[in-house]
Design a protein around this ligand. Structure first.
Ligand code: TMP
Length: 209
């Protein structure tokens, strides 16, 4: 029986997650694996409605509200999509997961990490098998994100100091669990980033039992 796996992609704004996710989808599909791609917050009809509230720049949300809405969307996604897919033996590829709550709500907003860990145990209940961190300097990331045009969302409106705290937490989590994380230097041209991601993923897939 094929065992399902959860792969998550994390990073700050403008890190190039979408391009990398497309490349990984192609690589996994080429190996004959069923791939279920999703994103957080969102990924289910209820989760996407919650995402619209979370990212709406005209809304004012308390940090507690923001944290609980992130986990409300996650509760729905885990039960409705991720667990059934893993049970079928699929590879679930998620654009962000619980690590983002530690980085953004814990690091960015300064919320208690222990409380987030409690929510993780209760609501998520699963950890990724592999997490790719697309890491790049905050100023470069924000310039790229803002260069895409369009109105910045509620979280993109935060200042550089917020995103520096986000990055610090991501890097600390990656350093504390190196067997799960791969840190990718996302400041390079996108084709170089994709090449490294493919190599990391190939090596990881080969190492699986
Ligand atoms: P994205 O789809 O562009 O990555 O936007 C999602 C935003 O939500 C991004 O700014 C990161 C943020 N976020 C959190 O603050 N906490 C979370 O737990 C998750 C999943 C995302």
């Amino acid at each position: 029986m094929t065992i399902g796996r959860l792969i998550t992609i994390e990073g700050g704004e403008g890190a190039g997650k979408s391009t990398v996710i497309d490349a990984i989808r192609g690589l996994l599909a080429g190996r004959g694996r069923e791939v279920v791609a999703t994103r957080e917050p969102g990924g289910t009809p209820a989760g996407e409605a919650i995402r619209a509230i979370l990212l709406d720049p005209t809304r004012s949300l308390l940090p507690e509200t923001e944290l609980l809405l992130m986990f409300a969307a996650r509760a729905q996604l885990v039960r409705e999509t991720i667990l059934p897919a893993l049970a079928r033996g699929a590879v679930v590829l998620s654009d962000r997961f619980t690590d983002a709550s530690f980085a953004y709500q814990g690091g960015g907003r300064g919320m208690d990490m222990g409380r987030i860990a409690e929510l993780e145990r209760w609501v998520a209940g699963i950890k990724p098998d592999l997490t790719l961190l697309l890491d790049l300097g905050v100023d470069q990331g924000l310039a790229r994100a803002r260069g895409r045009g369009g109105e910045p969302d509620r979280i993109e409106r935060e200042d550089s100091a917020f995103f520096e705290r986000v990055r610090t937490v991501y890097l600390a989590r990656a350093a504390s669990e190196p067997e799960r994380w791969r840190v990718i230097d996302a400041s390079r041209p996108v084709d170089e980033v994709v090449t490294q991601v493919r190599a990391e993923l190939d090596a990881w897939l080969e190492s699986l039992p």
